[in-house]
Design a protein around this ligand. Structure first.
Ligand code: PMP
Length: 363
């Protein structure tokens, strides 16, 4: 078998090796049932046990209170850019959005498509600075129906240190796609949290949603069932056939995080991993510079540029030769991006830091 590379891709992304090994075995035979996970009915007892396990682990690990439902919604995070306004933005109402990059921009577009051109109030806007930082001052509208932010901006490598605080009583909705379960997180302070699975959780094609039951109960009445959060809550994500394999892998990833010490341990590890790479960038005497402002730096996506295109290309080539892949930055930012989610081993970050130092020495 070929050796596995360090995969710095932004998503789909690296998964923990023990999880992949268990998934390999479960493809053939799930838990001694004689049937593989891809072949089990979503209504059978074997899959019911998987679903129960995924929900119970998520509740424990992320401290999800009973007030919030755990939903496994087939489809990608982008789908929630329109499901949120469809469910929570009544005619004439306003949503406050903090604009920190491409993904919040899409949330804004979809809210306008649903509610009209005046439906969105931009409560903070990082666009003028090239999305290099998380806005430090926010101005909320008089009575927003809800507020929306993106906890980690995958493309720019910026991350909120703590969630924004909209006025009392305004539900706070979070796109946590690229840092969910990377650190302790106050679910109870949010109305709804959604995270596409393909970064820290498992395969693409599924989004985990944590939603306050009282908010979703009557929201979106009259919509097609699959567009209402309440359908997933009332039918335990089994209104239609869910992405059973993704839910299986997520349950295994959750078990792995628990075994590794939980979210506090993930946070400590992620902090140390990111520091290795940021330090190599900061000590490069300007050969490489970080894209994000220092106090907005992400622990999940490290974005940086070389002083010259040759430095960037040289580092990318050296990285490929050293089995480090997926480092080219997003087309809108350029440069390099190292996505170092929970499952990226520290050794991968050490190797990249060394490659940066080598590139500086060669320059
Ligand atoms: N939100 C964030 C923060 C993301 O990083 C991404 C994808 N990279 C999305 C939303 C969109 O996810 P999807 O492609 O699964 O719709």
């Amino acid at each position: 078998m070929t050796a596995r590379k360090f995969n710095f891709s932004s998503g789909p992304a690296v998964l923990p090796e023990p999880v992949l090994r268990r998934a390999q075995a479960a493809l053939w035979d799930l838990a001694g049932s004689g049937i593989g996970i891809l072949e089990h009915s979503h209504r059978g007892p074997e899959f019911a046990a998987v679903l129960d396990d995924a929900e119970a682990r998520l509740r424990r690990l992320a401290n999800v209170p009973d007030s919030h439902a755990v939903l496994f919604v087939t489809g990608s995070a982008s789908q929630h850019f329109y499901m949120l306004p469809m469910n929570f933005l009544p005619p004439g109402a306003t949503v406050d959005v903090v604009h920190t990059g491409v993904w919040s921009g899409k949330a804004i577009d979809e809210a306008r498509r649903h509610g009209g051109p005046t439906a969105v109030h931009v409560a903070g806007d990082a666009s003028a600075g090239g999305f290099r930082e998380i806005p430090s001052t926010l101005t909320w509208s008089a009575a927003p129906a809800y507020a929306h932010y993106t906890s980690n901006n995958t493309i720019y490598g910026t991350q909120w240190r703590t969630p924004p605080t909209p006025p009392a009583g305004v539900p706070l909705m979070c796109d946590a796609s690229s840092d969910f379960l990377s650190r302790p997180f106050d679910v109870a302070a949010h109305g709804l949290v959604y995270a596409g699975a393909q970064k820290n959780l498992g395969p693409s094609g599924l989004t985990v949603v944590l939603a306050r039951r009282d908010l979703i109960a009557d929201a979106g009445k009259g919509l097609s069932p699959l567009l209402r959060y309440q359908t997933y809550a009332a039918e335990r994500s089994l209104h239609n056939t869910p992405n059973t394999f993704a839910i299986y892998v997520i349950a295994e990833v959750l078990a792995w995080i628990e075994a590794e010490g939980g979210l506090a341990a993930m946070a400590a590890r992620n902090q140390a991993k990111a520091a290795l790479i940021y330090q190599a960038i900061d000590e490069s005497d300007g050969a490489f510079v970080g894209h994000a402002a220092t106090d907005s730096r992400s622990l999940m996506n490290v974005t940086f540029r070389g002083r010259t295109p040759a430095l960037e290309e040289g580092l990318l080539a050296a990285a490929e030769a050293a089995d480090c892949s997926g480092l080219r930055g997003h087309r809108s930012v350029g440069g390099l991006r190292a996505s170092i989610y929970n499952a990226m081993p520290r050794a991968g970050c050490e190797r990249l830091a060394e490659l940066i130092r080598d590139a500086v020495r060669r320059a």
